[in-house]
Design a protein around this ligand. Sequence first.
Ligand code: PXP
Length: 246
Amino acid sequence: MLLGVNIDHVATLRQARYAAMPDAPQAEPSPLAAARAALEGGADSITLHVREDRRHMQDADARAVRREIPLPLNLEMGATPAMLDFALALRPDYICLVPERRQEITTEGGLDAAGRAAELAPMVAALQANGSRVSLFIDPETAQVEAARALGAPMIELHTGRFANSSGAARAAETRRLAAAAELGHALGLEVHAGHGIQLSNLRELSAVPHLSELNIGHTIIARAVFIGLAAAVREMKEAIARLSW
Ligand code: PXP
């Protein structure tokens, strides 16, 4: 099981004070330094989301991490023409296409791969031809998994937000939905990842979902890093993941 560490919230903190001058020498904390710490803690890849409104990660952050950090870079992005141009120039190892609404606090709901197939197909093809492996961030639904396969994306990332924010019978039902989507994705030849709201406290239940090969985790690692440091927080998560059988 691989761990992709999402460092967006390091940039969120910097922007809270230095939004008007993110490149100034005194602007801190540095997402690039965070990527180095994540590498030290055992991250298998670095994930960052350059949002259309540039609320946290800036273009220069993505370029710096791409240039300096010897780990695969996973760029999350909305499926827009402007972001496509940016991604073609950056050429990250992986690209995760996500839905994006300006008002949302974080990515809410999966990409409608089925409903937006005509628009997404050329984008997936262009990114893949440019050397970036594409993943689609989708809800655990049959139609979405099948659409991802039809679009030619080699990977899907199942949205675990509903799983993370539910409990009891609803959590159990959502775990079954994730498992069914993962089974289908695997049967269709897709690499299956999961992300959103994953924490130390819900890892064990998530480990009931078969065929997952990568988890993308951000918020909880950065939150924990406030108290124990980022490398240690990444290491703690890696060790917790390794203790479970996936
Ligand atoms: N995967 C995707 C596609 C996301 O958009 C996010 C949130 O930015 C994550 C994973 C990480 O979620 P969290 O910050 O809740 O761990």
